[in-house]
Write a protein that binds this ligand. Structure first.
Ligand code: UDX
Length: 429
């Protein structure tokens, strides 16, 4: 890449910020990262990646000369016109997005001198208009504003950065909008160039739709269980319809993660606050909550009362290849099982440290076989690769009972049964 690439600032070095920073550095930009967490900045300056994301540490090392980390805004302001904002917008107690970190960034901007804020954080539709008003009222109307929502998935964040399905740039038709378009140009992705409000809405609507797709297939799975159909076959048949598509039709014990849970609720409330009752999203949320709990009734059906039963949880992270525990189905499931009096022993190859901080009372195993040893039932919660390769005859020997619940429909049911175990998937025949 040429040395003439636009330098950028990135405010917030969490998941989205770090991947954006490293991705643009790899495309040739000088990147000036800012974070209020001095410990995190020190680790990044030392070349350590504070999150688990495959390939990120190598790419950071490869581009270390172009990546600068600081707790001060000054280097970013001095060296870059475009300031990407990637700070957290977690849900508040009301379920609305907490925009305090975004507003802290807006307030920290000095008098206007030709910079632009490029919003990567997921914010409610209307946030850009609000920030524009704040800038105008505070003598900073020369600031530009661009909404550039991020669609990357944890675990495949780098390839999602390099090969996005689309790049969405919502702007005010000025230099900053064009500069962001130019930055993404080498990726060759379809471009949706639009207004700020529509760009904000695209992000919320996309996540809400994907969550709806998952809750839909989970309900189909539940009906399949009643009627003797197999949801994997049903999803395959549905997904070949080009209008539906095969992705996000994997039934299981519910979606998790920071984005879906937060964004579905934020969109529901955003609609509600604007006077529209978004009925469908209520069902999407409720189905997902119930889905996490349905496993408990499957256990009861096979084992009877759960008090004193030993249950092994394989996987705790909200999906494989991440240590992220936010919104993980395992949180609800483990708490429900413990409330029933079961003894829960859990193993996750990467997320244990994160899990311990949220569930200190859980019994943690240091490997899958340690979790399985003496279990009455084994539940696959997160489909980590190593669980798909388990030797089921060994599992059968180590268990006290015979029940295997495949919470992600990811195991080979025939192999499990061939080992003399009972296989229960989600919506499987
Ligand atoms: C999601 C969006 O996909 C991404 O575009 C956005 O930027 C952030 O939110 P992420 O949360 O990283 O990404 O994970 P994703 O791979 O989308 O999975 C979310 C959850 O849905 C996981 O718990 C996963 O197990 C579950 N899921 C996914 C299903 O239960 N079934 C499916 O078919 C797909």
């Amino acid at each position: 890449m040429s040395a003439e690439r636009e330098p950028i600032g990135v405010i917030g070095t969490g998941y989205v910020g770090l991947v954006t920073a490293v991705g643009f550095a790899d495309l040739g930009s000088e990147v000036f990262c800012v974070d209020v967490d001095s410990e995190k900045v020190a680790r990044l300056q030392a070349g350590q990646v504070p999150i688990y994301e495959p390939g990120l540490d190598e790419l950071l090392a490869r581009n270390s000369e172009r990546l600068h980390f600081s707790t001060e805004l000054a280097p970013a302001l001095q060296n870059a016109r475009l300031l990407f904002v990637a700070v957290g917008t977690p849900p508040t107690h009301s379920g609305d997005a907490d925009l305090s970190a975004v507003h802290a960034v807006v307030e920290s901007m000095p008098a206007p001198d030709g910079h632009a804020l490029v919003m990567k954080s997921t914010v409610p539709c209307g946030t850009g208009a609000n920030i524009r008003r704040i800038f105008n009222e505070n003598g900073k109307s020369a600031y530009s504003y661009v909404s550039c929502p991020e669609f990357l998935k944890e675990g495949s964040a780098l390839s999602d950065f390099t090969h996005p399905d689309r790049v969405v740039v919502g702007g005010e038709g000025d230099w900053a909008e064009q500069a962001v378009v130019d930055l993404y140009e080498p990726l060759g992705a379809p471009l949706v160039r639009t207004d700020v409000a529509s760009a904000e809405m695209i992000k919320l609507a996309a996540n809400a739709f994907l969550a709806t797709k998952i809750s839909f297939i989970n309900e189909i799975a539940n009906v399949c269980e009643q009627l003797g159909a197999d949801v994997v076959e049903v999803a395959r048949g549905m997904g070949l319809d080009a209008r539906i598509g095969p992705k996000f039709l994997q039934a299981g014990i519910g979606y998790g993660g920071s984005c879906f849970t937060k964004d579905v609720s934020a969109l529901k409330l955003l609609a509600g606050n604007s006077g529209y009752h978004f009925q469908l999203l209520n069902a999407v949320i409720e189905v997902n909550e119930l889905q996490k709990r349905r496993v408990v009734s499957k256990l009861v059906r096979h084992l009877g009362e759960l008090a004193g039963k030993r249950i092994a949880l394989l996987g705790l992270a909200f999906k494989p290849n991440t240590d992220d525990m936010r919104g993980a189905s395992s949180l609800v499931l483990a708490a429900r099982l413990q409330a029933e009096g079961a003894h829960v022993k859990a193993y996750d190859p990467i997320a244990e440290e994160q899990a311990r901080s949220l569930m200190p009372q859980l019994d943690y195993a240091d490997c899958a076989s340690n979790a399985i040893d003496g279990a009455d039932a084994v539940i696959l919660v997160t489909e980590w690769e190593e669980f798909l390769k388990l030797e089921w005859s060994e599992v059968a020997r180590a268990m006290r009972g015979t029940l295997v619940i495949d919470g992600r429909n990811a195991l080979d049911g025939n192999a499990v049964r061939a080992a003399g175990l009972i296989y229960e998937g989600i919506g499987r025949r």
